[in-house]
Ligand binder design. Sequence first.
Ligand code: E4P
Length: 240
Amino acid sequence: MRQKQLSLGNVQRLRAFRRKEEIKMKFFVDTADIGEINELNTAGLIDGVTTNPSLIKKAGRDFKEIIADICKVTEGDVSAEVIAIDQQGMIEQGKILAKIASNVVVKLPLTGDGLKACRALTAEGIKTNVTLCFSANQGLLAAKAGATYISPFIGRIDDIHTDGMELIHHLRVIIDNYDFKTQILAASIRTPLHVRDSAIFGADVATVPPAVLWGLLNHPLTTKGLDQFVEDAKAADIKI
Ligand code: E4P
């Protein structure tokens, strides 16, 4: 089904677009835990961070302090979500969050007020991440409002027995059709397959929980091969 949807024309267009813009897929980590971020940084695995109020609750510290700490150890974009749900409140909170550090991206819900706030903050040069996207039409509206990122929630769509990855594909086609600058940030990623398919379907970014990111490393043949090398090195008394 997915293969059929990804027609040859689209693949060619996507490749041409990629070459022209020299876009490389980025990994963000979906956590507010500074220890987890530091560990992933040591391995050079992440290009940015996303948070949401649920992750902040889990971290159990002051919201603005957490964002400031994350921004200090992260070179790329760090998403921080407003808690207001009205346009004016979101704009005010967005401006406060954007002052924390130059790499803060203001996360806004995909509602009418959220899109108005997106437009206003974008006009002031503040980066935005429009979140809770569950349909291609919602994504199209966010792109039209000037969102820096649109966050389709793959896992939560899969949770209701619908194909989350199809949304990534539809958004890729729509954004490329009209050359919107909005980047597709695949979110609510739960498994290594979500990461692989996000790359196949052309998401610009995947935001991945730390356990899933480290899980990408796992392969039984790597473990088996390494065990054998360690054993043989010992048997051969290799010293370096
Ligand atoms: C990231 O921006 C989202 O808030 C996050 O990926 C949601 O993931 P969940 O559906 O696993 O909570």
